[in-house]
Design a protein around this ligand. Structure first.
Ligand code: PFF
Length: 457
């Protein structure tokens, strides 16, 4: 390491405490994926059978890829592109993983910030009581009105972007870490309150059995790809987010243990979200397979049907807004850190440039329900297209590339050095199993699922 490198590392912002690492990383994993995507995908794909496939994908694919990303990031202490440039043998284009990660960050944020926009709008609508009706026709009309109004859609999206940008401007430790440390405990508390409420409703058992009794008849290649895409999306992997966050990890952090904790807590939040939502949905006779609008149409109607529903509805949307915040911080940190670390652009300028570009790309999603409703590519509107391309193509392909990179280029010795904190942890047996997965099992599995899900085999 040159002296210049050493001093660059010394002043680099990062997470300062072990709890901060956990809060920020979990803040990235927990998001609309748990509260919006997970319930509607589980509902639409048959419940527990989908859940089993999702669990397998999380263990066999999610965990190894997530550990690898954090490991590479911490070893390099650089942004996602520079990390791969730094570790690649001359002439090999592994940095493309980081570059596609930046692309995926924009695509995901484009639709994610719009869903977050609806959530933030719903916090105020819930407080004002305008969405409090037990008639799904009324809640559906309210949602339709928001989505089809170009001005409201854009303004709420820009508001969300400005809010996230403000936190990012404060930096990694004083912004991301400080905010997620405060928000994550509140999120857990609110979720548990909602679960208890939902479980106390008459007929809750039917919702639980929908979530926990597997029916494998609905499982197809496409459904398996959806479940695996969800695992990538949930754990924020395959696009450099965890490389970026790994670069802020402390040197004494136990990476495999932290990753397992984050994965378990993320699953727990998804389960809690399922338990908060499905018993209530069944109890009031609503449709579990309502799709992406489940949270915005069905849930308000469900809340309106229960005593003190007004209060619980406000709590629910506040909770969802909190979850979305931690995730959006991590998505945007990918391009911001690349602009800053790789191109030497100051952090404030990097944040502003990223937000401006995003406001432009994101507007195609914000307007997908109104002015651009009929604008389609490959049969999808921009909102769905960005979602599909990121979760089903870029992230899994990035995951394959990362496995191959660690398994065949970086090698076991370097992996062992980094994941044992240079000998401070004794975990070699575990690392050997992990290495085997990375080298042979995970990349082939992801490839097979991608090909079959896309109908190519
Ligand atoms: N993991 C987040 C969620 O489940 O909502 C979404 C996400 C965050 C995806 C960060 C990708 C990412 F890089």
């Amino acid at each position: 390491m040159t002296q210049q490198d050493a001093s660059a590392k010394a002043v680099r912002d990062g997470f300062t405490s072990s709890f901060g690492v956990l809060a920020a990383t979990l803040g990235s994993a927990v998001g609309l994926g748990n509260i919006w995507k997970f319930p509607y995908l589980t509902g639409a794909n048959g419940g527990a059978g989908f859940l089993v496939v999702y669990l397998l994908a999380t263990l066999l694919v999610g965990l190894p890829v997530m550990i690898s990303e954090i490991m590479l990031g911490r070893a390099a202490k650089r942004d996602a592109v520079t990390t791969l440039v730094q570790f690649s043998p001359r002439g090999q284009p592994w940095w493309l993983v980081g570059a596609f990660g930046v692309l995926a960050a924009f695509l995901i944020m484009a639709f994610y910030s719009e869903v977050a926009a609806w959530v933030f709008a719903y916090v105020f609508k819930a407080i004002g009581g305008s969405i409090l009706s037990s008639d799904p026709a009324v809640t559906s009309a309210a949602f339709g009105q928001l989505v089809s109004d170009p001005v409201q859609s854009l303004l709420w999206q820009w508001l969300v972007l400005a809010f996230i940008g403000g936190i990012l401007l404060m930096g990694v430790s004083k912004g991301i870490e400080a905010v997620t440390k405060k928000l994550m405990p509140i999120l857990f508390l609110l979720l548990i309150v909602l679960c208890v409420r939902s479980l106390m409703l008459p007929g809750a058992a039917e919702g639980l059995s929908f979530l926990f009794t597997p029916d494998f008849s609905k499982i197809s290649g496409a459904v398996i790809l959806t479940a695996m895409g969800l695992a990538f999306f949930k754990l924020s992997i395959g696009m450099g987010t965890m490389i970026t966050y790994g670069s802020y990890f402390r040197d004494d952090q136990n990476i495999p243990a932290t990753t397992v904790r984050v994965m378990a807590a993320d699953l727990f939040v998804s389960m809690l979200a399922g338990i908060a939502i499905f018993p209530a949905v069944f109890s009031f006779g609503f449709e579990p397979a309502a799709g992406p609008s489940l949270v915005f149409i069905t849930i308000p109607a469900v809340f309106a049907s229960m005593p003190f529903g007004h209060v619980f509805m406000v709590l629910f949307f506040v909770l969802t807004a909190i979850a979305a915040t931690g995730a959006m911080l991590s998505i945007l940190e990918v391009p911001v850190s690349v602009l800053n670390g790789r191109f030497g652009i100051s952090r404030p300028k990097a944040v502003v440039a990223t937000l401006l570009l995003l406001a432009l790309i994101g507007s195609t999603c914000a307007l997908s329900g109104s002015l651009l409703a009929d604008f389609k590519l490959f049969g999808f509107n921009m909102f769905d297209l960005f979602d599909e391309v990121s979760s089903k193509l870029i992230m899994p392909a990035g995951g394959i590339a990362l496995c191959l990179f660690v398994g065949w280029v970086w090698g076991f010795d370097k992996m062992k050095a980094e994941l044992s904190n240079h000998g401070a942890l004794t975990n070699e047996a575990l690392l050997r199993k992990l290495f085997f997965l990375l080298r042979y099992v995970t990349p082939l599995l992801v490839l097979a699922v991608m090909l079959s899900g896309l109908g190519l085999i």
